[in-house]
Design a protein around this ligand. Structure first.
Ligand code: SAM
Length: 265
């Protein structure tokens, strides 16, 4: 094909990219409008007062988990998450980042159940329930912020870095893109923001039963287990699950040590 054909192809590719961006912007605007409506109906709902009372009466991590399950939505196994929480509590994390917030229950737990947390950040391509997370955040001690965007994009990482200022993360919780490359990209993009000796946690380190046994299951823990298998030999680690052969979920933490390296393939 001559230079004219090449130019046409280039113009067509640019037009397609532009159409894609416009579609994305439109989808984002529709999503934001829907979230505004949900926030408004929450504001007018009688639940607002009763849920507030319920939140104020929570006196343990167990109570808070039940609150998150009933009123916010949390993608965590209760038993393993509470064990994980008790472990990280001992490390006294102040600055926390969750990649992949979805309904927000886990960010809610980081802000409410960790006595030492002071700054809780969350990243997601689609943010939801921000009105609930604002309503149920102990703002007098914790600053909670969210960044909307593809987690591993340099612009998203820069925005997180800007919000952290000179501070480093004590806990990074990776639960976004569950493909091998996606989880690896999050690990590589954000580990530089974690302090030496801080914790990096991965959710879904256990294989789901479709991958393990070829069984029909709605659970899909992606390929995080593959990344975990590579990392676990190279760092100090801890694992939290009810049963090693359970159907997905499971949380693995590494103690971040920048002097060690691992070949991720
Ligand atoms: C499994 S859910 C997270 C559940 C949540 N951590 C919890 O404990 O309730 C995964 C989330 O990651 C988000 N996500 C997936 N890929 C992403 C990416 N590349 N960048 C940012 N967010 C992403 C999805 O929008 C979804 O909300």
């Amino acid at each position: 094909m001559g230079p004219v054909g090449g130019t046409e192809r280039c113009i067509r590719a640019k037009e397609a990219a532009m159409r894609h961006s416009v579609r994305q912007l439109a989808a984002r605007a529709r999503w934001a409008a829907k979230e505004r409506c949900r926030a408004l109906s929450f504001l007018l709902s009688p639940n607002r007062v009763s849920w507030r009372r319920e939140w104020e009466s929570c006196s343990s991590a167990e109570d808070l988990f039940s609150f998150a399950s009933s009123h916010i939505g949390i993608g965590q196994n209760r038993v393993e998450f509470l064990r994980f929480l008790a472990y990280i509590e001992g490390e006294r994390p102040a600055n926390v980042l969750e990649i992949g917030v979805r309904d927000g229950g886990t960010s809610f737990m980081f802000a409410n159940a960790l006595k030492t947390s002071r700054h809780v950040l969350g990243v997601d391509v689609r943010l939801r329930n921000i009105h609930l997370l604002r309503a149920y955040c102990p703002t007098w001690i914790v600053r909670q912020e969210f960044v909307c965007g593809e987690s591993a994009r340099p612009s998203t990482v820069s925005e997180v870095r800007r919000r952290l200022g000179s501070a480093k993360l004590d806990l990074l919780f990776i639960d976004g893109d569950h493909s091998y490359r996606g989880a690896e990209a999050d690990f590589e993009a954000y580990r530089q923001l974690v302090r030496d000796g801080g914790l990096i946690a991965f959710h879904d380190i256990c294989m789901d039963h479709r991958r393990r046994y070829g069984a029909e299951t709605p659970n899909d823990s992606g390929e995080v287990y593959r990344l975990w298998q590579r990392l676990r030999g190279s760092y100090e680690t801890k694992e939290f699950f009810e049963d090693e052969k359970q159907n997905g979920a499971g949380i693995g933490t590494i103690t971040w040590d920048p002097s060690r390296s691992v070949d991720l393939g």
